[in-house]
Design a protein around this ligand. Structure first.
Ligand code: SAH
Length: 394
């Protein structure tokens, strides 16, 4: 077993059970990509068992802080079993569920989403890459799913020195899957969809939109960055009369149109707009359009804190435009999934947008990812999705 020492003072985060050690904190020692190493403090005190990643700035990802624990097939079976047991207790209102949420489930660099009877996974670190076969066997055993698709084609693999990979790991067949989310049916393609195929993290916020549309009697709804129209289906189910989905992805919009029909909703009430959101918001303002509810769920503008300033301006801009487009009493559901923008900063950005738009708003609710995307006490970085429900005054 190779030993990696961390620099004096740099043991503190591991002692607090934070799972990452950056390259600059490593005092010495070397290992192969994904190899399990014993991490020690300067004086030789045991800190963690971790996966070594020679190419990454995140040089070590801790598997366990328990010196007696062995990192073997039984370890992965235990962690996966615990993660699945939590999901069962959560009683998720869908058969599309995030089963493994990386660091939060004690499996850094592993994402596993279940879509009906198919698992779609991402192996994003040298450690999970090295243990892939063992992990996949344990997933089959614990979930009962025999079809497992790999979507390790995310850009972050490059930071680990890993090439993009995509394809069936177990089983084969159609990559198109239908899931049931709340009262709706939705389709996705695990091979072609974004991330692992769909955005499960917004599940509960979609149900919230349906309730808000019904309770506030919202008639005209604008769903910006709609992807395959999850929020649009929710708005129509809530009773909206005219819903517009805006996205720059043609295939995603085509699926949004399909989803309206699949759920027996009136296609005449839905418009799909293949366009840039920012330009669309400006045009709608020029046209004098107004809406009773607007959803803003943009892609990650700030992948890390380094991009926070530019991203803040981009968030502020779309929120300013959306607030101006709201009818009095209208609702804005606005989100950021940027890890580099904290909840407090996001609140400030939206407040700034209100000032620029000269629009006053009630802050009705703060939103986050669905609970099958948990965060842990020790790893606050895991908290990436934040949202606000704002009601325009007047
Ligand atoms: N709200 C969606 C998820 C949105 S993900 C859901 O509930 O499933 C972000 C979406 O923004 C993607 O579908 C992407 O195609 C789209 N997108 C990215 N940049 C865009 C732009 N400038 N204009 C319009 N859409 C954009």
């Amino acid at each position: 077993m190779k030993i990696i020492r961390v620099r004096a003072g740099k043991e503190r985060s591991l002692l607090r059970r934070h799972p990452w050690v950056f390259a600059g904190s490593v005092a010495g020692g070397k290992a192969d990509a994904g190899e399990t190493v014993r991490v020690e403090a300067e004086g030789g005190r045991f800190l963690a068992w971790a996966a070594y990643s020679p190419a990454s700035q995140i040089r070590l990802r801790a598997w366990s802080f328990d010196e007696a624990e062995r990192i073997d097939a039984a370890f992965f079976a235990r962690r996966i079993g615990a993660a699945l047991a939590l999901r069962q207790r959560l009683g998720v209102a869908s058969d599309g569920v995030r089963l493994i949420h990386g660091e939060a489930d004690g499996l850094p660099g592993l994402i596993v989403d279940r879509y009906a009877d198919v698992l779609s996974c991402q192996f994003l670190g040298a450690g999970t890459e090295r243990w892939k076969d063992v992990i996949v066997d344990a997933l089959v055993q614990a979930s009962g799913c025999t079809r497992i698709y790999e979507r390790s084609d995310s850009g972050v693999r490059g930071l680990e020195g890993l090439a993009p990979v995509k394809g069936w790991l177990r089983g084969e067949g159609a990559t198109e899957v239908t899931i049931r989310e709340h009262d709706w049916r939705l389709t996705l393609d695990v091979a072609e969809g974004h991330k692992t195929g769909y955005y499960l993290d917004q599940r509960d916020n979609r149900a919230l939109l349906a309730r808000l549309v019904a309770r506030h009697g919202c008639r005209r709804v604008l769903n910006c960055y709609s992807y395959t129209g999850g929020f649009s289906v929710a708005a129509l189910a809530g009773g909206a009369e005219a819903v517009t989905s805006v996205d720059s992805s043609g295939p995603a919009l085509a699926r949004a149109v399909q989803h309206v029909a699949l759920n027996g909703l009136d296609a005449g009430r839905h418009t799909a707009l293949d366009a840039d959101v920012n330009a669309t918001l400006r045009q709608l303002l020029k046209d004098g359009a107004t809406f009773d509810a607007i959803v803003l769920d943009p892609p990650k503008f700030a992948p890390s804190a380094a991009h926070a300033e530019r991203a803040s301006r981009a968030y502020k801009d779309i929120n300013r435009l959306a607030l101006k487009l709201l009818a009095p009493g209208g609702l804005l559901l606005t989100f950021s999934c940027s890890g580099g923008i904290g909840a407090e900063l996001f609140h400030k950005i939206v407040a700034g947008a209100g000032i620029d738009a000269q629009v006053d708003g009630y802050l009705l609710q703060r939103l986050e990812a669905a609970p099958d995307h948990p965060t842990t006490l020790a790893f606050p970085e895991g908290e990436y999705l934040k949202g606000l429900v704002v009601a325009r005054m007047g």
